[in-house]
Design a binder for this molecule. Structure first.
Ligand code: PMP
Length: 456
């Protein structure tokens, strides 16, 4: 290890507060400090190299590391104009909005910000303001689903269905109401043939309990990501859409993880023929080469804010300074060009199918694997101590598996935190350029680790 890298580990240990970490662990072990990325690989400050099946730890470096063409596009834009407040437009913001919307038929306006949480906050404010403009403030409630995650800010957490993330942060914002998840593997209705329809009808129950005239919107991930990779069962989405229509409830799809090719379609909602009113995007928009998020709406939603000039109330009174940074849309434009030119959405689908097949093969060999599921390159392996009873393993086991994979040069998740919010599901989210050889390495490594674990 070079002297500089030893120094950087000490600087980090002394001064940096890592996210989602229990820092007491770092008293007895060195913090992980990353120094380089290339393609699907990353290197830490100690010189260890890893195949990163987590796309940057939080599933966002979709086109892979070390893309010099994105760096060049950003550099060119920053030299031309680095910033102007998003009260005005900029060239890359206008160009990217047009290109993005071309991939989202039915959607019509892009509102920029810098993170997924913020994009969701903007959507909540849009819903609340429409409630005031149209319904005397009444239709203000936002329903969210158990096990979905929508961000780290207090309002986004208020709409998050994961106890582990919410614990110790209450009281939460009022007007957010939970309804049950739709994980068929963890069926709440026994073994029924119309599981998807039944699960969706839970939404209707809550709307009726709360009063349809008080419910403005429902927020859902198209495929629950962080809550344990939950693919919706058959019949789920058509029923959700019917319910939203029936009660005049806006449908907000959180595509922060799924958006821009992660699941083998441009957007997760496009697998299911969903017609959203609001879509939020973040991680894959610029593959995290710059901080950019989007709250995308239909023209109908946008038009709620188009009062005639005498009405001073009906404008969206919201701004975020960094929404005006041009690095974001400049990076996003080049990211989109790469996705198209290299056909990475297609690769996500093909390699996702290939990887899923490999993981299903492992399930037959390893009784610790209860379920394998997902779409494209968003895949989950749910670990259990008893396959028949579906008893979840103790969370320390999942952390241990991730740690053992890392020791073999594979990153599949964080090794220094609780997996409780993932419900003991290991999540695989490799870069969208993944090759067969890399997919084989992922499967072989997990196979070896589980065999080792079982033997011990
Ligand atoms: N929505 C979903 C579905 C997410 O997974 C995340 C982040 N993991 C967010 C929102 C929040 O995004 P950010 O961390 O950029 O605020």
């Amino acid at each position: 290890m070079s002297i500089e890298n030893t120094a950087v580990i000490e600087q980090d240990r002394k001064h940096v507060w890592h996210h989602l970490n229990q820092h007491s662990v770092l008293k007895s072990q060195d913090p992980m400090v990353m120094v380089k990325g290339e393609g699907s690989r990353v290197w830490d400050a100690k010189g260890n190299s890893y195949l990163d099946a987590s796309s940057g730890g939080v599933w966002c470096v979709n086109v892979g590391y070390g893309r010099s063409s994105i760096a060049e596009a950003v550099s060119k834009q920053l030299t031309e104009l680095n910033f102007f407040a998003s009260t005005a437009g900029t060239v890359p913001a206008a160009e990217f909005a047009e290109k993005l919307l071309a991939k989202m038929p039915g959607m019509s306006r892009v509102y920029y910000a810098s993170s997924g949480s913020e994009a969701n906050e903007k959507a909540f404010k849009i819903v609340r303001q429409i409630a005031h403009l149209k319904y005397g403030g009444k239709k203000h409630k936002i329903l969210y689903r158990e096990r979905d995650y929508h961000g780290s800010t207090i309002a986004a957490l208020s709409a998050t269905g994961q106890e582990e993330r919410r614990k110790q942060y209450g009281p939460f914002a009022p007007g957010f109401v939970e309804f049950p998840h739709c994980c068929e593997y963890r069926s709440q209705f026994g073994d029924v043939s119309d599981y998807g329809v039944r699960a969706a009808k839970e939404l209707e129950k809550v709307i009726l309990q709360e009063g349809p005239d008080t419910v403005g919107a429902v927020i859902l991930e198209p495929i629950t990501a962080g809550g344990g990779v939950i693919t919706p069962p058959e019949g789920y989405w058509p029923t959700i859409m019917e319910i939203c229509k029936k009660y005049d409830v806006l449908l907000h799809i959180d595509e922060v993880v799924c958006g821009l090719g992660r699941t083998g379609e441009w957007f997760g909602y496009q697998h299911y023929g969903i017609k959203p009113d609001i879509v939020t995007l973040a991680k894959g928009v610029a593959s995290s080469y710059a901080a950019i998020s989007c709250t995308v709406t239909t023209e109908e939603v946008f038009n709620e804010f188009m009062a005639d000039s005498s009405d001073r109330e009906a404008y969206f009174r919201d701004i975020s300074t960094f929404a005006g940074c041009t690095a974001g849309p400049a990076a996003a434009l080049e990211n989109l060009r790469i996705l198209e030119q290299e056909e990475l959405v297609h690769n996500s689908k093909m390699m996702g199918d290939y990887l899923l097949e490999g993981l299903i093969g492992l399930q037959a060999k390893h009784p610790i694997i209860g379920d394998v599921r997902g779409k494209g390159l968003l895949l989950g392996i749910e670990l259990v101590s008893d396959q028949d009873a579906k008893t979840p393993v103790d969370e320390s086991v999942a952390v241990k598996v991730a740690g053992m994979c890392m020791a073999k040069g594979l990153i599949i998740g964080r090794t220094n935190r609780s997996f409780a919010s993932l419900n003991n599901t290991l999540c695989l989210c490799p870069v969208l350029t993944l090759s067969k050889q890399e997919a084989d390495f992922i499967v072989t490594t997990i196979d070896e680790v589980l065999a080792q674990l079982e033997a011990s």
